[in-house]
Design a protein around this ligand. Sequence first.
Ligand SMILES: [Zn+2]
Length: 555
Amino acid sequence: MCDHDDWNPGARVRELSCRMVGWGSETGSDGEAEFGAKLAGLLREIPYFRDRPEDVHLIESHGEPARQNVVAIVRGSGARTLALAGHYDVVSIENYRELAALAFRPDELLAALTADLESRKLNAGEQRALDDFRSGDFLPGRGLLDMKSGIAAGIAVLEAFAADPDRQGNLILIATPDEERGSRGMRSMRDALPKLVAELGLQIEAGINLDATSDQGDGSEGQAIYRGTIGKALPFALAIGHSSHASYPFDGISAALIAAEITKAIEGNPELCDRGAGELSPPPICLEAKDLRGGYEVTTPERAWVAFNWLSHHWTAADLLRLFERTLEAAAASAIAQFNARAGRFAALSGAAPSASVANAELISIAALRERVEASGGAAAVARLQQVEGDLRHCDDPLELTRTIVNAMVVEAGITGPAVVFGLSSLVYPATHLTDAPADLAFAEALEAARLDHEGSGGRKLRYREYFAGISDMSFFGHRPSAADGAFVAANTPARTLIDRSQADALQFPVVNIGPWGREYHQRLERIYTPYGFDDLPRFLRRVTKHFLTRSCSS
Ligand SMILES: [Zn+2]
């Protein structure tokens, strides 16, 4: 009963993938807003949903016109349910340049890209792409790899599940918008799921995110079961100095110096890596370093801003921000100590009167800064800040948004340097990982049984990996942050639109990522490896479904 080697999903998954790629859905575009209804229409062509159109749900997410999450449910028996999830938004087609008109037409794009690559001298990466295209095993297209082929594999599995008269358990497919920007689709889905599954009498016991992986190797790295996902935060520091005329540097303290010392302490520092499941996370890296002065002046800058991309494996946002604060404190102290020593040396050499030494910088969290704004300016100041944030409602750069708000807060609170204001300047993506809770172990067991089954039937080898390295919806799928963590993040994030507020009843279940593999996603040469994505992947997912939902199979 677990044997379904006669199932050949390749042609169907290819057809579904190319059809969905044809519905261009760049994040934020009208195509993204139109996609949900089109996908619902496609699903209702499947015999099961033709008979039960109400089992395809459109759930409003965000935006104007509104984007929708699509939820398709195939009922079997009992409450036990496995959820498959993927995002249908895609990144911009700008990097296709003269071939942009073909970005959503994989076969024509394949011919055009091949002709382009054959017409000129190539670098190593381009040569590899040309070899890939000539092999017949790779297909290009915006969003084909990332990740409409993943959704297509999910649809094929749903279809096969629906066609099985002896099916046990239930299977749900969830397709979401906005993954590439702020995961608003998956976050709104998370908020809607408890009510939906309660009404249907279902219990989601595990989830598979179907997102893509990409690398330049032979696929053995990317064709994998990811037991967890990496987390991300974007902590910022606004260094506040005390301006001085350039001829009298020791009359003040430069914010540029403090910010430079902070950058030096953090950039690429392996001491600041997180560790989880035996793997070290990549070190933090500076995304932005700039002073906040508009024009030219012969004085030292009063404010300088640095922001860091910081990935993690198991830290909470509070763990990360505490480490950040300690690092800032030491870096600012080091900058000021060095500056004072230089002032002393200059006085000794020049015979000038020694200047007063600069005091250590005050560290100010966003929570503390909010209190100081209220204390100094009251409700009027708070209203002015809300106006600043309101004026920025169309700003989609989280760093610019945060920088502008924090700068206005510093002015309102009348903060004088030396000081360092710090907090979080983007949506926090929590890291997740399978645990040794019984539900997680049961899911892991079914995955392993499916993997052995798949390999034993001549399928491609899949390996396990601990952390999906891309930022993805997986951070919000089946994951409920603790109330304390949520409150901490909210208190330390200046921009309210960047705060994720999960509800207390959000569902929790174990989630892994298993998705298509290929190369260079988000790039012009984005391409899927079709033998795996169109064939092995749906076969494997179907085996997981059987082993997880069918009791007799998992024994
Ligand atoms: Zn993706």
